[in-house]
Design a protein. Structure first.
Length: 309
């Protein structure tokens, strides 16, 4: 069935950031990319307005021979920039929003899949094993560094461009109808959105759990004032039974190096690692700083891992 330019423009206007016009034209990789990045972060979707006539011609079999005169596609700075941006975006999503996943496995895989997704847009493709292998190698060499996702994306994008080629001509039965692509694309988008929502919900849950404690502190404020006054006059000693540290939860998490809402296992693991790092016996060249950090870690761990949390 021939594709109509007017229908493509209508879908571009109504659901362009979700890739509806790409689905209509049979560009499944492009549609998935637009679905996960909301139209190339909004800007690339606007650029589709001028490219739609050519895509409609390709979908109707009128532009394929013109684009495949060479054995290797011409180097496209736009495609290279897209690979860098999407690879970095996927890598940062894993590092920042899903910290419980193993970094050496999840980060290069996410970056490599992002680069491969952009590389497979349109009538081009690349070698997936080489791209993923380089992503894992560079990620291993840059482990623990802040710019590891960027370096991994640059390396994977370079290899993907080096091995770029045209997709083989379509053979066999005609492409599947539009409805066939909707279900798998919707499932992929739902998985991606769920992973992001887990992080947001975890932070929101931590905030909600802190509200009762804040309300209790407010209600007991008069008693705290009386106790502090008596302590200042020397009538009592020690700390007030209802007193808790004034350090907020985000600050305690920052001391231990864990995100807000982390599990007890993650808090305990980070606490053990920080203790080894700042133990006074291992920092004889800076004993005062090590002792201070050692005490801060113990106090933060008691607050976050105690029964009140």
């Amino acid at each position: 069935m021939a594709k109509r330019l007017l229908v493509a423009y209508g879908l571009w206007a109504l659901g362009g950031p979700l890739g509806l016009h790409q689905l209509y034209l049979g560009r499944a990789s492009h549609a998935l990319l637009w679905l996960l990045t909301l139209g190339g972060f909004g800007a690339a979707w606007l650029g589709d307005f001028w490219l739609l006539p050519g895509w409609v011609a390709d979908a109707n079999g009128q532009g394929a021979s013109r684009e495949r005169r060479g054995a290797v596609p011409a180097l496209s700075p736009l495609r290279l920039a897209g690979q860098l941006a999407v690879g970095l975006y996927f890598g940062l999503v894993v590092v920042l929003e899903l910290p419980w996943l193993p970094t050496l496995l999840a980060q290069p895989l996410a970056v490599g899949l992002g680069v491969l997704l952009v590389a497979s847009v349109g009538n081009q493709t690349t070698e997936a094993p080489s791209t993923l292998a380089v992503a894992f190698l560079v990620s291993f060499l840059c482990q623990g560094r802040l710019l590891a996702p960027l370096a991994t994306s640059v390396a994977a994008s370079s290899v993907a461009q080096w091995h770029r080629r045209y997709k083989p001509p379509r053979q066999g039965p005609p492409p599947a109808p539009l409805a066939t692509w909707l279900c798998p694309l919707a499932l992929v988008w739902l998985l991606f959105a769920t992973l992001l929502a887990v992080r947001v919900a975890t932070g929101l849950l931590g905030t909600l759990l802190a509200l009762p404690r804040a309300a209790l502190r407010f209600l007991l404020l008069p008693f705290r004032a009386i106790w502090l006054l008596a302590e200042g006059l020397g009538l009592t000693g020690g700390s007030w039974a209802g007193e808790a540290h004034d350090i907020p939860v985000p600050a305690l998490c920052q001391v231990l190096g864990v995100p807000v809402g982390s599990s007890a296992a993650a808090i305990h693991r980070s606490y053990r690692e920080q203790l080894k790092l700042w133990h006074p016996d291992h920092n004889r060249h800076r004993p005062e700083e090590a002792q201070k950090r050692f005490l801060e870690l113990q106090e933060a761990y008691e607050e976050l891992a105690g029964p009140r949390r």
